[in-house]
Ligand binder design. Sequence first.
Ligand SMILES: NC(=O)c1ccc[n+]([C@@H]2O[C@H](COP(=O)([O-])OP(=O)(O)OC[C@H]3O[C@@H](n4cnc5c(N)ncnc54)[C@H](O)[C@@H]3O)[C@@H](O)[C@H]2O)c1
Length: 287
Amino acid sequence: MGETLLVVGAGQMGGGIAHLAAQSGLEVRLADLDPAQVERAIGRITKLNQRSVEKGRLTSEEAAALIGRIKPVPDVRAGAAGASFAIEAVVERVEVKQAVFSELDAQLGEDAVIATNTSSISITQLAASVRHPDRVVGMHFFNPPVVMKLVEVIRGLPTADRTVARAKALAEAMGRTPIEVKKDSPGFVVNRILMPFLAEAVKVYAEGLASPEDIDTAIRLGLNHPMGPLTLLDFTGIDVCLDVMDYFHHEFGEAAYAPPVEMRRLVRAGRVGKKAGAGFYDYPEEA
Ligand SMILES: NC(=O)c1ccc[n+]([C@@H]2O[C@H](COP(=O)([O-])OP(=O)(O)OC[C@H]3O[C@@H](n4cnc5c(N)ncnc54)[C@H](O)[C@@H]3O)[C@@H](O)[C@H]2O)c1
């Protein structure tokens, strides 16, 4: 079934999801608390399209049609009229998401699905803020959505089978591969596996078993990963990963999830990677 899509939140992820939808031939409405964010998102997509046109991957007509499929809307109310599927991608704060969920619940028709792109908040907890929690599901896209092929589709406790099926079908219509996460659990599948792996790489580094370059080379060439774990930590932000590890440790209550002390030491010293340019490696702004 073709969905009429509304994306709420036009930041890094919401803008990317709208781009992906439009690229896949879907019409998409895009809303944000700050209308300038919608303009910025459309500006970013236009720039990326121009590059694709220059490289011959897209004709200028196709690029114009793609942008034409993204409809800016002033708010959730305007965007919800006639929409059958909403994807929430606002800031990662439970009270903000709950408010957006209540608004979506009030404005959407009863059959509409409400999906959240949260990376860490419980789907079940968010579902509790709507009248029909069976229509709530997690749809965890990866950054940037137009490049990364995976979508984790997460079941909350009350999520209905038909809701999961529609989320999977929408992900497939966007050219992504969905996997189903059958239980609502911190980190879902990918980050649950990734964080202890990154933590172990930091411990190996802190013990002086090998240089940062050799640790990354070992994983790239020994396991065929495209990027070594220390590079990935720098790229994502050591501080961001530390927060996620602290959250896992708190939620699971197991020492196995405790972040290595070396990470906290680096973060306290301001060596967070990413744009600060100094984690395990130095990164220029454009990296
Ligand atoms: N950045 C990533 O790598 C990544 C990957 C997967 C999932 N996520 C998740 O996606 C979500 C969005 O992350 P992001 O990186 O795009 O954040 P972002 O800060 O780039 O964008 C968030 C947007 O939400 C808007 N917003 C805030 N309150 C709002 C409201 N009440 N109504 C409408 N819009 C509102 C902000 O104006 C902003 O444009 C978060 O839940 C995050 O955990 C992020």
